[in-house]
Each structure stands twice: as C-alpha cells, then as structure tokens.
Design a protein around this ligand. Structure first.
Ligand code: COA
Length: 373
C-alpha cells in the first residue's frame, strides 16, 4: 500500500458577488409585484400574500453576508430571478468543465505537477450539468490527462467522498495522482423566489490533487491519515429534477424540481451526526479531538459549525480554529469545506492535524483527517 497525500488545492471564484441587501431588494420587489397583481385573490383569501425577506434575518440565521455567482444580472432581474447561462455548442467546453479546469490548474500548479503526472479525474459535486458524457472526461480532455475520469454526486459531501475514492486509487497503486474537482453552479438549482432558501447558495469550484507520497514534492503536502463516510436516507433536503420529469408534464417547472429543505430539521439532525463522525474518525485513527489544530467544516450555516465545534471541544472554537468562508461565499455545496481548507492551511506547522468534514443531502457525511508534512 502506498501513502496518499493532498499535494495541492485550487479555487475558482466567479467574478460577481451579490450582497444580502441586493438580493433582498430584488426579492421584495418581486413580492410587491406579486401581491399587487393578485390583490383581489389575496383579499378574498383564495391565495396567501407573499411576505418580504430581510437582510438582517439572513445574516443572523445563517451568517451569510454575500455570495458569488456566475451571472448576477439574471438573478437580480425581478422578472426572471434565474441566472443567464447561454447554452453552448457541443464543440465548446461546457461551463461546468470550464470552471473545473480553472480550479484544477491552480491545484496542479500548487502541487508542482502537470497533466502528465495525473492518471484519474473525479468530478464530485451536487450539481452536474448533464448526465453524459461525464464532465470529468471532458475536463480530462481539456487538461490533456491520460487515464480515466468519472462523475460522482453525493450532494454537499461529494468532495470528501471523492477524496476517499482518490486516496484508495493512490494507495492501491491504480493511480499516481488523482484530481478531485468540485464545480458548483448552485445558482441554477436555487429557487430565488422562495423566502426560506433564496439566500442560501453561491457558486464556486474547488480542486484537490491526491498524490502518492513518494512522488509528491510540493510544500503544501498533507498526509491523508484517515477517512470515513456515512449515509442515511432523508427527504429533508431534496431536488426532484431529472430526466423522467418529461414523462409527467404536470410536474414540469414545479418548485420540487429545485432545491428545497426543512432547514430546522436539517440543523437538528445533521449537527449531532457530524460531531459523532468527527469524534469517531479521530478516535479510530488513534488521535484525540484536542489534537486537531483545525476544523475545515462544510459551509452551510455558521450556527451549525459553532454548535459542532462546541460539542466536540466542550468550549467555543478559537478564531481561526474552524475557518468561516460562508460569510462571503454562502453555501457552495461540496466546494465549501474545500474552500476553507484551501484558504486556511498555509499556517499549519509540520506534524499538526486537521479535519475536513462535509455534511448535507442524503444525508451524507464525509470526514477526512490530514496531517501537515
Ligand atoms: N426573511 C425574514 N424572515 C424569514 C426569512 C427571510 N428570508 N425566512 C424565514 N423567515 C422567518 C420565518 O418566517 C420564521 O418566522 P416565525 O418565527 O415568525 O414563524 C423565522 O424566520 C424562523 O424561520 P426558520 O425557517 O425556522 O429559520 P431558521 O432559524 O431555522 O433559519 C436556515 C433558516 C435555513 C438558515 C436554517 O434552518 C439552516 O441553515 N439550516 C441548516 C440547513 C442547511 O443549511 N442545509 C443546507 C445543506 S447542509
């Protein structure tokens, strides 16, 4: 068995940011227009009036202040509230592959590696643009990588599940190095007209290079010490979009074909599961929670992360101990914990441990313990 290390990470951040205030101004303009257009029906009680959103609520309930998106104009157009993303010809790179490649190039550069050093590409994300050909194979071709690639979807936990698959391929000798890429254009699956969730998501892409330890030479190396995955079926976070939708026209365009969740329930059920997973993964690796210098947690909700670290540590996390990126990125699904890892790893000293933990729809939880080399 070979030892697997993470030798480089990369991040693509879209060029446009939307503040809570901008988002709420658009949402509330939609509410006012809807209520005026349906005034008679609202007065007669046959439909309910819509209620405005609030920037103060969003920040207090989630910790989110703004989010990046690949297109801002469509999202903030009150008559549309959907990003403008033009269809491309089959001869052009798809947008998901394009942002995946941007993140992957950065990961390769930080690892001091080129496409010739990589044998496998996993595109692991919640929001795949099409069923086939796999985005991973397109990325492989765009980067000029030999070998093979495949897509996988384990919702917000896709990146950690991808890291475990990549580590297994490296450990068994099937691959010298594997790119695990998580491109998330969540703005396409978000119901920007749903008050309960319109503020939750943002777009980004991350990449991680998992490499054989004896071949890796970058200064950004982290040994993969242990990893554990868990899934448990739940309907609390669900999206019914799929190719069978066309087989029943009555459901096309209905809100269940976009992201929806029971936020309170998710909060209550997932926090203890994530804390348990981290504790048991750390313990089974022969370590203690107190030895973890950093917690790179999934970035959905600040209170969730504060509760998970408080449960684990028996005290509030120190500033920087559990880095927060959701304030400016919002929930970028599978990319979130990897953005935190990418942006908050360089100060760790050799020998220090940290834990990457993702959690989300499924439910799915992935936990990876790393040690700075
Ligand atoms: N603006 C203003 N008020 C709002 C609002 C908005 N956009 N959305 C909801 N509210 C109101 C509700 O009407 C409710 O009012 P009431 O108490 O008078 O009935 C109140 O705020 C609380 O609503 P609730 O939905 O219970 O909010 P919450 O505190 O649970 O926060 C989430 C909502 C989504 C931020 C939170 O549940 C969450 O983050 N859960 C984790 C789930 C998650 O992020 N999953 C992603 C995948 S892991």
């Amino acid at each position: 068995m070979h030892q697997a290390v993470i030798s480089g990470t990369g991040l693509y951040t879209p060029p446009h940011s939307i503040s809570n205030e901008e988002l709420v101004a658009c949402f509330n303009a939609y509410v006012a227009t809807f209520n005026a257009a349906h005034a008679a029906a609202i007065d007669s009680g046959s439909i309910a009036a819509l209620t405005p959103s609030s920037a103060a609520f969003i920040e207090k309930a989630s910790g989110i202040k703004s989010r990046f998106v690949v297109d801002k104009s469509g999202v903030l157009d009150v008559d549309r509230m959907v990003p403008h993303i033009a269809e491309r010809s089959d001869e052009e790179p798809s947008i998901l592959a394009e942002i995946a490649v941007a993140a992957a190039r950065q990961a390769l550069e930080r690892a001091g590696r080129g496409p010739q050093d990589v044998d496998m590409v996993i595109v692991a994300c919640s929001n795949l643009q099409r069923p086939y050909p796999a985005i991973a194979i397109e990325v492989q071709q765009l980067l000029g990588i030999e070998g093979y690639g495949y897509d996988m979807n384990v919702a917000c936990s896709s990146a950690t599940f991808g890291i475990q698959s990549a580590a297994a391929a490296v450990q068994s000798g099937q691959a010298r190095a594997v790119l695990v890429i998580s491109p998330e254009i969540t703005s396409g699956q978000l119901n920007w007209r749903d008050r309960d969730s319109h503020f939750i998501f943002g777009d980004a892409a991350t990449a991680i290079l998992v490499e054989r330890a004896d071949l890796a030479s970058s200064t950004h190396r982290f040994a993969i010490v242990a990893s554990r995955l868990k899934t448990q079926f739940s309907n609390s976070i669900r999206n019914n979009f799929g190719f069978l939708n066309r087989a029943d026209e009555s459901g096309i365009g209905k809100p269940d074909k976009l992201f929806r969740q029971q936020g309170r329930r998710v909060f209550k059920e997932v926090c203890p599961m994530a804390a348990d997973m981290i504790r048991s993964t750390v313990t089974e690796a022969g370590l203690e929670v107190a030895q973890m210098a950093r917690f790179w947690l999934h970035q959905a909700n600040l209170s969730m992360n504060l509760l998970i670290t408080r449960t684990l540590l028996g005290r509030d996390a120190e500033p920087g101990e559990a880095p927060v990126i959701l304030d400016t990125y919002a929930n970028t699904s599978s990319a979130g914990s990897i953005i935190a890892f990418h942006q908050h790893q360089d100060d760790l000293k050799a020998g220090e441990h940290g834990v990457i933990c993702s959690f989300g729809a499924g439910y799915s939880i992935g936990c990876v313990i790393v040690k700075k080399i």
